[in-house]
Design a protein around this ligand. Sequence first.
Ligand code: AHR
Length: 729
Amino acid sequence: MQHTLSFRKHLSTLAGLVLAVLGATTSPLPAQPLHTQDMITDTIDTATNGIIVTPAIPVLQIKADQVSAQVSPMLYGLMTEEINFSYEGGIYGELVRNRTFKASTNAPVYWDTVGGAAIALDTNQPLNAALNVSLKLDTSKASKNSPAGIANSGYWGIAVRPNTTYHASFYAKGKHFKGPLTVSLFHVDTNHPTLTYHISDGSVTKGLEAGSTVASASATVSKISSSWQKYDVALTTGDVTPSKDNQLVISTTKPGTFFNHHGTVWFQQVSLFPPTFNDRANGNRPDIMQLLADMHPKFLRLPGGDFLEGHQLDHRFDWKKTIGDISERPGHMNDAWGYWTTDGFGLLEYLEWCEDLNMQPVLAVYAGYSKNPKVIQAGPELQPYVQDALDEIEYVTGDAGTKWGAQRIKDGHPTPFPLTYVEIGNEDFFDKSGSYDGRFAQFYDAIKAKYPQLQVISTVGNDHPESMRVHSRTPDLTDEHYYKTQEQMEAQSHMYDTRSRTNLSKVFVGEWATRVGRPTPNMAGALGDAAWMCCMERNSDIVLLESYAPLFVNVSDLARGGSMQWPSDLIGYDALTSYGSPSYYAQVIFSTHHGDNVLATDSQDIPTHPWQAPQRTRNGVPQGGSPTPQQVPSVFYDATRDSQSGTIYLKVVNRQSTPQPVHVQISGVSAVEAQGTATVLKANSPEDTNSIDQPTNIVPATDTVDGLGTDFTREFPPYSITVLELKAK
Ligand code: AHR
């Protein structure tokens, strides 16, 4: 092995030399008609003590007339859950934080007072059974010069853009107070502090924070009723500078009615929406949706992840409480990730998200296991949860003649949604009681009896011991999760090549990521991802679906208890802007550049590098002997072909610090045009990355390249992911 390494080092140098002689450049690189035999020069390698060696460029054979598999039509998708402020504070358009005042029972967290007015939570004036608390504002000290009111700074800011209309709404009722109320967007001025309540790690603190002075937009509600009413106003900005340093303020200059100056007003569900993707009411943030649209995903695994199960049974995703009018949704503590969710982003919103991006839901249903751990054993006790899952499927797919289909129509969506896959739970390998086989069987039988066309997924995959897997039924797919380092991903980059084809269960890689870089992965992460995606794509006769996780992170507050619970996430954002990580662009490249047929390939002399897997430990104690050092590939590839156009998509990943020539030989076609395209994602160092301040440091570039054919050599840049589009006949 050592010999191979020094040999490969020499080879890169030599290849570089030859390329230099031939006038090759690295970026964008016209493919050079450089053949292995051209490299056979009398070169003295100092590393081999003067012995003349015949350098070998890695050779990659593509057998275009041998289709080894079909690329699964739904291979590339998304996985999602409420983590890292993915929905509230993320893709969900709502700009007000804690709009229903239920994030803490102690204080109106994330709300400020205006003009020193007294505010408090009030459980005696509920809006309804779901929103059973309200925010009470004492208006008695209000005056023309010092209005009394409430203010909200959103999720680490509220984005305000020029010439834009925002939709503000709230429920209110007054006592000795009839209005008016002014609703405004204020640009924050750090010179005027106001009192703010914050919640962090469960404790509430008060502090003086930036105040508000300049209104960007305002509207007035002239009359407030003495019983609960909903009020809606439009706030339209002028020529303001885009910023996130803004607050929503609702205030009054009137202390009370004419005869009584001790006015009180109660609020519930104070909401502010910007324009949304596809102009949906209660819709999504356009910039993040556009990033996703550019990935061309085929499915959305929802709603988790740990968010589906919760730590406590009561904190699971209880889908029936997430539908209907948003003012009737109680919300719940997302105890998996430690913050409140209003469930304004509920089941129908997930489905509409799918519809907007032309994806299918992969519906994960609660399966009687919460992380606490709470296990509901198979049998009569589990039956209500099985029924809940059947109802959920009916809500997604049913027509007007079904109870839950009719409910969906009532909720505003007449057309049923397409559905192929239902997943039973999430990561049930954590359930050490051994109950999953029985629980899975109960769900499987009920779903197959009513919906035989549905594919049912087990959450215990081949990455777990045989004894943990489902045996009493044959899951249509099993979900495997891989959170790895770059080297670990590379080491398993041929894993599915040797996976048994006789196993009747196909594979869903429902969560995976090369976890290098925080809050979003860097180029090393993208390289590990690309090595792994080559493996999945090459084997997509068995790997039918894959989704990276987690998808989102709000990068505004990366400290503990802040906006991130899980580092290394695909897409980052703050209140104003968003960006894709290098891993995101690797996903985009893979999902948008492939054919429908996987072509048989072969290779020789693929360079390798040494790697030793980390010692396994349990509670800090080493387990077993030291893992054996191994040679891991440094170049990864796969080839697919579009059966209609004939185009061959060759993906090559070079994880090394040096350019890598590869000799490509294509058989089984009559010709390949000399001109094609190369889409390349590359960096100068594996640590290079994108961030909220440098969002496009590393992005793919597509160029026309020459010198392609059925036999050519091309140099792949250091730290790069390349897709060559070869026009074959
Ligand atoms: O993706 C983050 C978490 O990792 C998911 O919620 C869980 O399924 C997995 O353990």
